[in-house]
Write a protein of this length. Structure first.
Ligand code: NAD
Length: 298
């Protein structure tokens, strides 16, 4: 299959490379020269523009930051959707508003382009390992067309429902993740300030009733887990500003249906404060810095 992959960032880069390594004819593209260079160095063919990337492709996959990027690329004046022939498969894996995904699906429908929203979970580690979880919104037969591609990038593929349903599942998951990360950081900071070894405390909680994904795979305390962003100064990973965006989407969804999400709201405000303090580009587990007391003197 010929695939255009648009957005080669922390997630899109390794996802495109996994499709390329699986033998698909992939052309990648990104606005960032650094992102393109990184993938090119690993053998991925890079197209000069998104328009050039989609020429003659069977499928287009996008992995962009937020709703406005997806709208501008596909639906804006001279939008890319207008260049796709009927029958093309369009998989958007960005985490965006469910309403935007539905808009894209409707516009695709009008042109005969089959659209899926397929946001992911599993972090950059999952993207590299090809073990992501896909939460898919769209028609079941279209998911079956997409499945062979999704299987090269992920280990779990869920059909959440119709257009936009993948996004709704994703923001529910990420609201929970945002809350869990803050709770985990708070508990670790408390124990360490009281003299506990962070490694020992992490292992105790991991195997006790407080055990969770952050303690298993993404410990926020530097020095505990060599594979986590905390071990590299919180570089790469899942940016604080991306988590802030997802928690904002969760609050918008909650408002629309009058749902009470008090912890999700508090988490959004804490990540907003962390971002305002200049940490928006750091991995979201750096929220530890917001709750960590300074070392005691003497
Ligand atoms: P990122 O910022 O690292 O990458 C996004 C890339 O999109 C950038 O390289 C940017 O230059 C590129 N881009 C933006 N507009 C473009 C355009 N018009 N054409 C081509 N390229 C364009 O972000 P990421 O961490 O890879 O996340 C991407 C999406 O996946 C986000 O919606 C995020 O919420 C979601 N997500 C991220 C993680 C994670 O752990 N990083 C996990 C799950 C989901």
């Amino acid at each position: 299959m010929k695939i255009a992959f648009i957005g080669l960032g922390n997630m899109g880069g390794p996802m495109a490379l996994n499709l390329h390594k699986a033998g698909h004819e992939v052309r990648g593209v990104d606005l960032s020269a650094a992102a393109c260079d990184k993938c090119r160095a690993e053998g991925l063919p890079i197209a000069p523009s998104a328009a050039a990337a989609v020429e003659g492709t069977d499928a287009v996959i996008s992995m962009l930051p937020a709703s406005q990027h997806v709208e501008a690329l596909f639906l804006g004046a001279d939008g890319l959707l207008g260049r796709l022939p009927a029958g093309t498969l369009l998989i958007d894996s960005s985490t965006i508003a469910a309403a935007t995904s539905r808009k894209l699906a409707e516009a695709g429908d009008a042109r005969g382009v089959a659209v899926l929203d397929a946001p992911v979970s599993g972090g950059t580690g999952g993207a590299v390992a090809g073990t992501l979880t896909f939460m898919v919104g769209g028609e079941a037969p279209v998911l079956e067309r997409a499945r062979p591609l999704l299987e090269k990038m992920g280990a779990n593929i869920f059909h959440a429902g119709g257009a936009g349903a993948g996004q709704t599942a994703k923001i529910c998951n990420n609201m929970l993740l945002g809350v869990l990360m803050i709770g985990t950081a708070e508990a670790l900071a408390l124990g360490v300030a009281n003299g506990l070894d962070p490694q020992v405390l992490s292992e105790i909680m991991r195997r006790s009733s407080g055990g969770n994904w952050a303690l298993e795979k993404y410990n926020p305390m530097p020095g505990v887990m060599q594979t986590a962003p905390a071990a590299r100064g919180y570089a790469g990973g899942f940016g604080t500003d991306l988590m802030l965006k997802d928690l904002g989407l969760a609050q918008e969804s909650a408002t629309a249906v009058k749902a009470a999400t008090p912890l999700g709201g508090l988490a959004r405000n804490l990540y907003a404060a962390h971002s305002l303090a200049g940490h928006g580009a750091l991995d979201f587990s750096s929220i530890l810095r917001l709750v960590q007391p300074p070392p005691r003197k003497g």
